[in-house]
Design a protein around this ligand. Structure first.
Ligand SMILES: N[C@@H](CCC(=O)N[C@@H](CS)C(=O)NCC(=O)O)C(=O)O
Length: 331
């Protein structure tokens, strides 16, 4: 990160803040100032004929309400009616020098302790599963209570497992809800590809860029994709076909954070969703207000506190802005 035009006291406070930031070494930008996200590392699947079989009560999700990737898994867990099948622990949103803390290390409202491993931080769980683990200590984590290990820490794969692998144990209506239907897969995959690169991860590329050029490239591509999504969603309730799919879930978690966080903290400020994108705005509010799976898994306090508190290289004084008011408008 360049200290460019910073005054001496700013450099010092930024340097100190860096030491407190959990993974700044692993989060650092490329030589051109661009941000590249590292791949997830635990990639097993729950399957009926494999090591990790679908069973009621066998698995646990470690998540943060702040994290868009983790929230994908929370939304699909509720949509599929898996609340009694898969338990959940929510970490504190204040990700500090040891990474994500549980409530015993940082008792932030609506965060939990870890009932399985009594961990203080998410990193303890990674070391329990793999004592030599060298990657990032990310959420979500799908944990197997039977073999005491991490099954998978990649949200896009976890939501696919939740969509299909428990269906034989679920009531008919929940089993029949298919967020990745065969006939729409190509369309969903194609949309996911560019939405991931330029929107879900695009906002991070904008926010974590450490050169003007890298920032401008990223932010322009965020907004060209929003323009494209606005056209797709005009007159429609869902992105693909006439039904809710995982594409909606994956986009929603970024759009709901956009005005409260990404406009300010990640400098994605060419337009806001509420003032610049009427179709995306309506789509987002319909999902939020009409589906408990979207509304009940959304905690704006955790979302705003996490970003503004946990990236002191961007926001050294950790001040959390009060607006926008409200975080989401009514329908
Ligand atoms: N590819 C992962 C990304 C997960 C991820 O990056 N999570 C962030 C929170 S939003 C995290 O836990 N970061 C902690 C760190 O990097 O130390 C997924 O989609 O599951």
């Amino acid at each position: 990160m360049s200290s460019g035009s910073a005054l001496p006291h700013q450099v010092e406070s930024t340097a100190k803040a860096h030491q407190e930031f959990s993974d700044i070494g692993k989060m650092k930008t490329e030589t051109d100032g661009s941000f590249k996200r590292k791949a997830s590392t635990f990639r097993s699947f729950i399957t009926q004929d494999g090591e990790f079989t679908p069973e009621k009560g066998r698995y646990h999700l470690y998540v943060s309400y702040a994290c868009p990737w983790a929230t994908r898994t929370l939304i699909v867990r509720v949509l599929k009616g898996l609340e009694d099948f898969i338990s959940v622990s929510v970490v504190s949103p204040r990700m500090g020098s040891d990474g994500w803390p549980f409530a015993n290390a940082d008792p932030f409202p609506a965060s939990d302790t870890d009932p399985l491993n009594n961990a203080e931080h998410v990193k303890d769980i990674y070391f329990k599963a793999e004592p030599n683990f060298q990657g990032r200590f990310t959420v979500p984590v799908l944990w197997d209570k039977k073999t005491h290990t991490i099954v998978n820490n990649e949200s896009s794969e976890i939501i696919r497992m939740l969509n299909t692998e428990f269906n034989h144990l679920l009531p008919k209506d929940k089993a029949e809800l298919d967020l990745y239907p065969e006939s729409l897969r190509k369309e969903i995959d194609d949309l996911n590809d560019w939405v991931y690169d330029t929107v879900n991860n695009g906002v991070y590329k904008s926010g974590f860029a450490s050169s003007q050029q890298a920032y401008e490239t990223a932010v322009v591509s965020v907004f060209s994709s929003l323009d494209r999504l606005e056209k797709i969603l005009t007159g429609k309730d869902y992105l693909i076909g006439d039904r809710l799919t995982e594409a909606d879930v994956r986009l929603f978690v970024t759009i709901i954070r956009f005005d409260p966080v990404y406009v300010g903290h990640f400098k994605c400020n060419l337009r806001t969703i509420r003032d610049g994108y009427p179709a995306i705005h309506l789509w987002m509010r319909k999902l939020y207000w009409n589906f408990p799976a979207f509304k009940d898994t959304c905690n704006f306090e955790h979302i705003k506190t996490h970003y503004y508190w946990s990236h002191p290289m961007i926001n050294p004084h950790r001040i959390v802005p009060k607006g926008p008011e409200p975080n989401i408008l009514p329908l």
